[in-house]
Design a protein around this ligand. Structure first.
Ligand code: ATP
Ligand code: MG
Length: 738
């Protein structure tokens, strides 16, 4: 007879006290016997549980513990077989997990055929569905045996069985079943209670195992994420980064292939950026339109997709014949889909929800990294553009921060200021500048002022004074806060020089026009004044007061004479008459003419002539005038015992143009003040009491007519250099025409 009942809390066994009466001692003995038996069973149970509990403290081996549990049950209840079924919710089946007492063939059969909870009407599925235990003492006489039970009993050769639900927090998760082949199982209430306690023990172990598995998985995920982070954190290269991500995903996935696709800038296509595994080999170069196919759909919607069977999936279009299932997750950062990670497998339902969860976590992480690298690349690109613009700027650009530190110094700034970038960047500008430029820098940073074309002169370390035009603007950050000042420096020296030259030539030409006639007009009356004064001088010979006055008149006349002569010299410097000559000889002739002045002041003259300068074409007479003027000025500026150096050298052209003959007249005299330098070529500008201020005007005119240039370098109290430059090519061309 089969018993089918719900497991009820088992009441305490009958108390012996109630039964004590006349035949109390007999009953008592009987009770003792029964109680002894119960104690024995309880003892066995306790020892089994103890044994199993001992295992629980060891490093977790859930499988072994459950295996041990079923073994113990077989022993304690003297069963033929014990089996634990677990419910597979996805498939809605009851699957055999742990068995004992099965022959190898039976084990294989048990594992191969799970029970279908919908289809198979049997005691196991009934227990799994209802949560009630079923005890069948004798299958042949049981009324609840179904056809399927009957079939199964025959296959398994079962006489009786007990099937107990395994519940975790009230939820049925499986079935614990024991059976017997030959004999009937005689289970007392106590035995059933004990069996049930094994079932709850099993449920605890199963729950623990599941929790442990979950925790283990979480730990593995964290370890995995950590290892990916570690591998990717040092790379700022997108290609390397996506390769690391793909390789990592591939390693942990069960998939045959893993591909990382990145979205194009215009967000119309996805392209395979990295792949691992066979399937994508041919398609590494393909692009997927956003919205199409699985990856395209995931990219468009921004949600993951898990496909157990691609043949049932309308969105899937065959790319690879081997693909049976697929998992695809979007790479999202700041609400932007950057791409997709897709896994494929040749097995159906190869990916679980756990895989999806892990991949989503990883994708979030990967997207942030990809985004960072992209931003970094973009920033680098922008930076390169900015630095290219900076470097190619014709203006010197110096950027200073609010703490007056130089943060950027371009190549042109190096050129103009003659300060190396490495000596400027990172320094406070007070460390490298002084004087006017420092005042200007301080002013603009302190007052956050924008300068518009402020002109100033700057003395470079090499002694040259350059004219600078300074503009400034404020450097702001994203929040429009000022974080520094951009100073743009223009070298105006050349411009100023040209401006001076034009001004000078203007003056010279008006002087030329006027002076020729004027000089003649002065000369004739001056001659008669001179004659008449001589007469007066004779007449007043005996008047001592008059002689001093006459002397003065003569002196004035002489000065006018010299001036007239110089003006005429200047106006006479008409078109040069060119011939081939030796410039060194001309210089020596000029030097000979001023020997008295040189001797008088005991000046040492050094000649340093280059043998590379051979004869070239110039007007020897005019050039002699040039050197006489320059040497006289030098001698006049030089103190007693000073030095004058005359140097000639040939400057090789750097760019295939003409070579240059450079001739310099250098003195160590009083020098010229910065203020006077622009004026010295002006006609009549002189700082000498009896100078006419025409010497350099004449020099300038002649140099002009020779298509040559003249430069001055001078520092007060240190000396001056006048540098003449002749183009060798022009001189040679001129030779061809004379
Ligand atoms: N080598 C020099 N050292 C210092 N100052 C110079 C030198 N050469 C020219 N100068 C300055 O330039 C001014 C103009 O020179 P420039 O030769 O034109 O006229 P000057 O020498 O004064 O008069 P002049 O040449 O008619 O005797 C000079 O007065 C002097 O101040
Ligand atoms: Mg002079």
């Amino acid at each position: 007879m089969g018993v089918f009942f719900t497991l009820q809390p088992i009441e305490p066994t009958d108390s012996p006290g109630e039964k004590m009466g006349t035949n109390g001692s007999k009953a008592y003995l009987k009770w003792i016997e029964k109680y002894k038996g119960e104690i024995k069973t309880k003892d066995r149970l306790l020892s089994s549980i103890n044994k199993i509990s001992g295992l629980l403290n060891r490093p977790i081996q859930w499988e072994k513990i459950l295996q041990q549990l079923v073994k113990e049950m077989k022993r304690v209840f003297d069963l033929q077989r014990v089996v634990i079924f677990l419910i597979n919710k996805k498939e809605n089946t009851l699957e055999v997990k742990y068995v004992v007492g099965f022959s190898p063939a039976e084990v294989a059969r048990a594992f191969k055929y799970p029970l279908d909870m919908n289809r198979h009407q049997c005691r196991e599925t009934l227990v799994a569905k209802t949560g009630r235990m079923i005890y069948i003492r004798n299958a042949h006489r049981s009324s609840i045996i179904t056809e399927f039970d009957f079939k199964m009993d025959r296959i398994w050769n079962r006489t009786s069985s007990i099937s107990m639900p395994i519940k975790i927090k009230g939820e049925i998760v499986g079935v614990l079943q024991g059976d017997s082949t030959t004999k009937e199982l005689v289970f007392s209430r106590e035995d059933i209670k004990m069996f049930s306690s094994f079932a709850s023990h099993a449920s605890i172990i199963i729950e623990n195992a599941r929790l442990h598995e979950k925790a283990q998985k979480k730990i593995e995920q964290l370890m995995f994420l950590h290892s990916v982070t570690e591998k990717t954190s040092s790379t700022l290269n997108l290609v390397k980064l996506v390769d690391i991500i793909t390789a990592s995903v591939y390693k942990i996935s069960q998939g045959r292939c893993c591909a990382l696709l990145l979205m194009d800038r215009d967000k119309r296509y996805l392209r395979v950026a990295s792949w691992k595994g066979e399937d994508w080999q041919e398609s590494a170069s393909i692009r997927v339109r956003v919205g199409e196919n699985i990856s395209g759909w995931v990219a468009e919607k921004g949600v993951p997709l898990l496909i157990n069977d691609v043949t049932q999936e309308p969105r899937y279009s065959i790319v690879h014949p081997n693909v049976a299932s697929m998992l695809s997750v979007p790479l999202i950062c700041e609400n932007n889909v950057l791409g997709v990670i897709s896994l494929t497998s040749d097995k159906k339902a190869a990916f679980s929800l756990d895989d999806l969860e892990l991949l989503m976590t990883l994708a979030g992480h990967a997207a942030a990294l990809i985004n960072n690298v992209r931003l970094y690349d973009q920033m680098k690109e922008e930076r390169n553009v900015v630095s290219d613009i900076l470097e190619s700027s014709p203006n010197g650009i110096v950027v200073v921060d609010q703490s007056k530190k130089i943060t950027s110094f371009n190549r042109r700034a190096e050129d103009i200021l003659q300060i190396k970038r490495k000596n400027a960047v990172g320094k406070k500008f007070a460390d490298i500048f002084n004087g006017e430029i420092l005042d200007i820098f301080n002013h603009i940073v302190e007052n956050q002022e924008v300068l518009d074309n402020v002109e100033m002169s700057f003395s470079r370390k090499d002694g040259e004074v350059v004219q600078l035009g300074i503009n400034s603007s404020l450097l702001k950050n994203r929040n429009r806060e000022t974080i520094g000042t951009i100073v743009s420096i223009q070298d105006l020296t050349e411009f100023k020089r040209t401006e001076d030259l034009i001004r000078r030539m203007d003056k010279l030409s008006s002087l030329g026009h006027l002076s020729a006639g004027l000089a003649h007009e002065i000369r004739n009356p001056l001659a008669s004044i001179n004659f008449n004064v001589q007469l007066i001088e004779k007449k007043l010979e005996n008047d001592p007061n008059a002689s001093a006055i006459v002397e003065d008149i003569f002196e004035g006349i002489d000065r006018i004479k010299v001036l007239v002569k110089r003006v005429l010299d200047f106006t006479k410097t008409g078109t040069p008459s060119f011939s081939l000559g030796d410039i060194h000889e001309t210089i020596s002739n000029a030097l000979a003419l001023i020997t008295p002045q040189i001797r008088e002041k005991n000046i040492e003259v050094k000649k340093d002539f280059s043998t590379h300068i051979g004869p070239f074409v110039f007007d020897p007479h005019q050039m002699q005038q040039v050197f006489v003027n320059l040497l006289l000025n030098a001698a006049e500026a030089t103190p007693e015992g000073g030095t004058i150096e005359i140097r000639s050298e040939k400057e090789k052209s750097r760019n295939g143009g003409s070579d240059t003959y450079v001739i310099s007249v250098i003195d160590n005299g009083q020098g010229i003040s910065q203020e006077n330098i622009p004026k010295i070529f002006d006609p009549f500008f002189t700082t000498k009491p009896d100078g006419t201020g025409l010497g350099l005007s004449i020099v300038h005119k002649i140099i002009e007519q020779h298509d040559a240039t003249i430069d001055i370098k001078s520092r007060e109290d240190k000396g001056s250099s006048f540098i003449l430059r002749f183009s060798a090519k022009r001189a040679l061309n001129r030779h061809a025409t004379i």
